[in-house]
Design a protein around this ligand. Structure first.
Ligand SMILES: *Cc1c(COP(=O)(O)O)cnc(C)c1O
Length: 424
């Protein structure tokens, strides 16, 4: 299994190439050459998350690592998760359950993808006798999950740039109080975009790197992060109904990484009814699914800061695979003048959306109301990102058949100021 770019000019790449490079050389995103199929009968005999992951991860890694190497790595990948609640399912009522993805060390779902990424980074570096600098800009949970995932590996030094802006005090402390000699958190006197500019400049410059040093990015377009997330979709479907009936998934999203992992699981054989794409006021994805308008606007700061984005990077993978039917030249055309001019699909192409996707945009007032309502009805506290996904289900409920699983991407304790303001 090799990988190629959505824009067609970077192909025949191994898993390791894709892991260490992140973005394809032509500016596109890497995709597997075909969708590997998961052995559902085998998964049905399993019980733990790690065992499910062992059926999925090796489907993508054979071009670089033996299955034995990968299975051994997976035994030691996800650390500091709550033992009894690895990816717990909390039933709200007969049609709705919550998938709690916040029981990892930084209390957000990003631990799933980034711990797998860090384990493979370290594996590759050790094999090649090299070291790496991990460089990233963050306004939310990526930074803390990346720092935590990389800190135990001597081969990796992490430099994370924080803006002077919208993040909770818990998020800030998670990044700035890590007592490890290989972690450097730098506060930049500027916005998230300023931080990203510095990161981009560093990736162009590279002159500061030693000969044996890689420069690695920790953004959500790295394919290995998607693999880590595919695992919990299969695991949750197994736990809910033994993969017997298709589920709906409501996913609170910004960059579309978590939604694309759900779509990938479906392409790999997981039964699926609908994916509900739930966004905050930063609604580029909702505008696409409801009006065929994928146009960049200014970022607004919301109560769900980890979804405050102006464009959804991983959406390119869906355009390529689902709408353009894997035609690289169509995908390349979409991005020729984006974001200066919006992406608008031909009507017949865009109408495919209805088969699989629904979307909803939730503003801050409705987010707070959803947190209050869920607490009042179910005695269950949710964070603002999860609230966006729950509110979307509530609004669209009549159109959803069967059971819905709502992804809870952060622990409510990560946002104490908001919980307090909501009088909860
Ligand atoms: C990063 C993040 C999201 C959005 O994830 P995407 O991959 O952009 O879909 C949602 N909720 C929380 C808490 C996050 O940290």
């Amino acid at each position: 299994m090799l990988f190629h770019s959505t824009r067609g000019k970077d192909h025949n790449r191994t898993f390791e190439d894709v892991l260490m490079q992140g973005l394809a050389a032509d500016g596109g995103l890497f995709m597997p050459d075909s969708w590997p199929q998961v052995d559902l009968e085998r998964i049905k005999t399993l019980d733990s998350f790690i065992d499910v992951a062992k059926c999925i991860v090796p489907l993508f890694t054979k071009s670089s690592f033996s299955d034995e190497e990968v299975l051994a790595l997976l035994d030691d990948t996800w650390h500091d998760f709550s033992k009894e609640n690895f990816a717990a399912i909390h039933k709200l009522d007969n049609t709705k359950s919550i998938l709690e993805l916040f029981h990892g060390p930084t209390a957000a779902f990003k631990d799933f993808g980034l711990q797998l990424a860090a384990a493979f980074f370290n594996k590759s570096l050790t094999k090649q006798n090299k070291t790496a600098i991990v460089l990233g800009a963050t306004s939310g949970d990526t930074g803390s999950a990346a720092i935590d995932a990389c800190k135990r590996f001597e081969s990796i030094k992490s430099f994370i740039l924080l803006p002077d802006g919208n993040m909770s005090e818990v998020q800030r402390r998670q990044m700035t109080t890590v007592d490890s000699p290989n972690v450097f958190t730098l506060r930049v006197n500027g916005t998230f975009d300023d931080c990203q500019d510095i990161v981009k400049q560093a990736f162009n410059e590279r002159s500061f790197l030693k000969d044996d040093q890689f420069l690695l990015a920790v953004n959500s377009i790295n394919w290995v992060r998607i693999i880590g997330q595919i695992c919990y979709y299969f695991y949750a479907s197994l736990k809910i109904n033994q993969l017997e009936k298709p589920l709906n998934f409501s996913v609170p999203t910004g960059n579309f990484g978590n939604v694309f992992a759900c779509y990938s699981a479906y392409k790999m054989g997981m039964p699926l009814n609908k994916i509900l794409v739930a966004v905050n006021d930063n609604n580029i994805l909702h505008r696409f699914f409801s009006e065929n308008d994928y146009s960049k606007t200014k970022v607004s700061e919301t109560l769900s800061p980890s979804m405050d984005i102006s464009i959804a990077s991983n959406f390119e993978r869906l355009l390529y695979d689902f709408y353009a039917d894997r035609d690289c030249s169509i995908c390349d055309d979409f991005y020729k003048n984006f974001p200066q001019s919006p992406i608008k699909l031909e009507k017949s192409m865009w109408e495919k959306s209805k088969d699989l996707f629904m979307s909803y945009s939730v503003d801050d007032i409705s987010t707070i109301n959803a947190m209050k309502n869920i607490f009042a009805s179910y005695d269950y506290l949710i964070d603002p990102h999860t609230a966006v996904a729950i509110e979307a289900v509530d609004k669209i409920n009549e159109e959803l058949d069967g059971e819905t699983l709502i992804l809870s991407t952060a622990h409510p304790a990560k946002f104490p100021e908001i919980i307090k303001d909501a009088d909860l």
